[in-house]
Design a binder for this molecule. Structure first.
Ligand code: P6P
Length: 338
């Protein structure tokens, strides 16, 4: 039986062109897709090409940069700079923003983590790329302030999971969430998950957090996780330590992912511009809740936070309504208005 070939491949490029009349956005998404294909090649050949191990530098988070962090970062920066549609770039790997010189600049400002979870790379565990896209503010020539705005101004957001398959998930502001698998035989991301949403009934009972931090957690978080562990109705614990993998599973299977603020990290660990906001837009538009938990005196939506700096941090409590409600109930018991 001959293999069935798709003579009408629903590629990412075609999906973006059909979704927007903004040709610059088509060019941008092509540039992002190209850089993620290059990253795929580097990640999959890391062992052969001797790309494991440290690069000998540290990034904005203070993490030791892996050789692949540097490579992935260069791939994304070069693709975005040469797309001709970007003015300002912010990368987890760069302390300062990157301003595209006027000859090649355009209307988009992109924040990204080129290889999130890269501490997992040397043991071949999933890693990912996360990005959020803003347009320059009206009248701006491209300034860092164009990115220091809440998620309400984010135009589109996405992530790529480098795992058993390479999958890109993204959404336009106010739109639905779509998944695209990289078909290596044609070198294209192909539309495989139309309208990704949380399971209607809340799905599998899975909680995902680094319990090694629990001694620093606020009491409501401790109480909520104890409920998830209650022998009468126990949740499964799943924590990859790569946000893309944990969030992707949470949307598709159900459950909750938490990286809350705590006594040691009062603003949480994860970065607002290139982890919190993109993941929050995807989670909310897939029917979930993307909350900070109690942060600066109130329960907030991640998308309402305004970054005060390009590497600003934010607490993260993201998941299906059923499971985030368990956390909200504990905050309410401790007097918070939810
Ligand atoms: P911890 C990876 O460094 C990352 O930014 C996310 O991808 C991941 O969810 C989290 O940090 C893991 O942090 O403190 O549990 O190792």
């Amino acid at each position: 039986m001959a293999e069935k070939f798709d003579v009408d491949a629903p590629t990412l490029n075609r999906f973006v062109m059909a979704s927007t009349h903004d040709h610059d956005l088509v060019i941008l998404m092509n540039a992002i897709a190209t850089s993620c294909k290059l990253i795929t090649s580097a990640v999959q050949r890391a062992g052969i090409a001797k790309l494991y191990g440290l690069a000998g530098e540290q990034n904005s988070t203070g993490d030791d940069q892996k050789k692949l962090d540097v490579l992935a970062n260069d791939m994304m920066i070069n693709a975005l700079v040469n797309s001709g549609v970007c003015s300002v770039l912010v990368s987890e790997e760069n302390e300062e923003p990157i301003f595209v010189r006027t000859g090649k600049s355009g209307k988009f400002c992109v924040a990204f983590d080129p290889l999130d979870g890269s501490s997992n790379i040397d043991c071949n565990v999933s890693v990912g790329t996360i990005f959020s896209v803003y347009e320059k503010a009206p009248g701006s020539e491209g300034r860092v302030e164009d990115l220091l705005r809440s998620g309400a101004h984010c135009l589109c957001a996405g992530y790529v999971a480098y795992s058993s398959a390479v999958e890109m998930v993204f959404t336009f502001r106010g739109g639905t969430v779509h998944g695209f698998c990289l078909d290596s035989t044609i070198g294209e991301f192909v539309h495989t998950r139309p309208h990704m949403t949380f399971p209607e009934d809340g799905g599998k009972k899975i909680y995902s957090c680094n319990e090694g931090n629990s001694f620093n957690w606020e009491q409501p978080i401790k109480d909520a996780v104890e409920i998830f562990k209650d022998e009468k109705d126990p949740y499964a614990a799943r924590y990859v330590g790569s946000m893309v993998a944990d969030i992707h599973r949470t949307i598709l299977y159900g459950g909750i992912y938490l990286y809350p603020a705590d006594a040691k990290s009062p603003k949480g660990k994860l970065r607002l511009l290139y982890e919190g906001i993109p993941m929050a837009m995807i989670i909310e538009q897939a029917g979930g809740i993307a909350s900070t938990g109690m942060f600066e005196g109130k329960i907030q939506r991640v998308l309402d936070l305004v970054p005060d700096a390009i590497h600003a941090k934010c607490p993260i409590i993201m998941g299906g309504k059923r499971d985030v409600q368990v956390v909200y109930d504990q905050f309410a018991k401790h007097g918070a208005s939810v």
